[in-house]
Design a protein around this ligand. Structure first.
Ligand code: PGA
Length: 249
């Protein structure tokens, strides 16, 4: 049995004060919950508030991205060592919004993934097809390409901390959710690619999360699927009671 990871992706929501307020309400709601790993990925400037609020709890913290250089004249960028130093254990890499709005490519995803793993972070690599790709029946090709390019040059010894989130882009923030069958099919393609790159044993242990309009109402159906090893939750993670309900699916 793979322990599920229920992760919040706050995107560009909440000030530090709002993050603190969230933690005050959320922490008691999930106290003692050991069945799943709980992760919150806030904007960089909220990391301190969330790390502080999570002290002494089973809640882990992640960043939403990292740059691939260690340090230097890269105005506005944040390095893996910086987020580790700020108390993050996780980092999201290659989210579709980064790909769509900020010029992220399979190659830059690969560079970020490599440095994140090197820094000891636990990356949540996001892959997923857009609507046109699903309609053109090329979902499988897209997922295989995104995975194989992301994995390029990464040794299986380094990949141990990797998790993947399958996030069909047409389901993100739209209220549309992939059916458990669509998600399970995509997850087995991803698991095959992971087996190809890092070996069968690794692939069996790899956690593959589903993301895209996960809410309290659909969390238990999705999480009950054996192929789904957790959730990456955007909109429904912003309110303490809603995210707590998803955690307790
Ligand atoms: P959503 O976002 O839950 O709001 O659809 C998921 C994500 O983008 O990670």
């Amino acid at each position: 049995m793979r322990k599920k990871i229920i992760a919040a992706n706050w995107k560009m929501y909440k000030t530090p004060a709002e993050a603190r307020e969230f933690m005050e309400k959320f922490v008691p709601l999930v106290a003692g919950h050991e069945r799943d790993e709980i992760v919150i990925c806030p904007p960089y400037v909220d990391i301190a508030a969330v790390v502080d609020g999570a002290k002494g709890t089973n809640i882990k913290v992640g960043a939403q991205d990292v740059y691939w250089e260690k340090e230097g004249a890269y105005t506005g960028q944040i390095s893996p060592a910086m987020v580790v130093g700020a108390g993050c254990e996780f980092v999201i890499i290659g989210h579709s919004e980064r790909r769509q709005y900020f010029g992220e490519t399979d190659d830059t995803v690969n560079r970020r993934l490599e440095v994140a793993l090197e820094a000891g972070l636990r990356p949540i690599l996001c892959v997923g097809e857009v609507l046109e790709e699903r309609e053109a029946n090329i979902t499988e090709d897209v997922l295989r390409r995104q995975c194989s390019r992301a994995f390029r040059g990464i040794g299986s010894n380094k990949a141990a901390k990797l998790s993947i989130a399958y996030e069909p882009v047409w389901a993100i923030g739209t209220g549309k959710t992939a059916t458990p069958k669509i998600a399970a099919d995509a997850h087995s393609i991803i698991r095959e690619e992971a087996a190809h790159a890092f070996g069968g044993e690794f692939a069996q242990k790899l956690r593959i999360l589903y993301g895209g309009s996960v809410k309290p109402e659909n969390a238990s159906e999705l999480m009950a699927q054996e192929e789904i090893d957790g959730a990456l939750v955007g909109g429904a993670s912003l309110k303490p009671d809603s995210f707590a309900k998803i955690v307790k699916w």
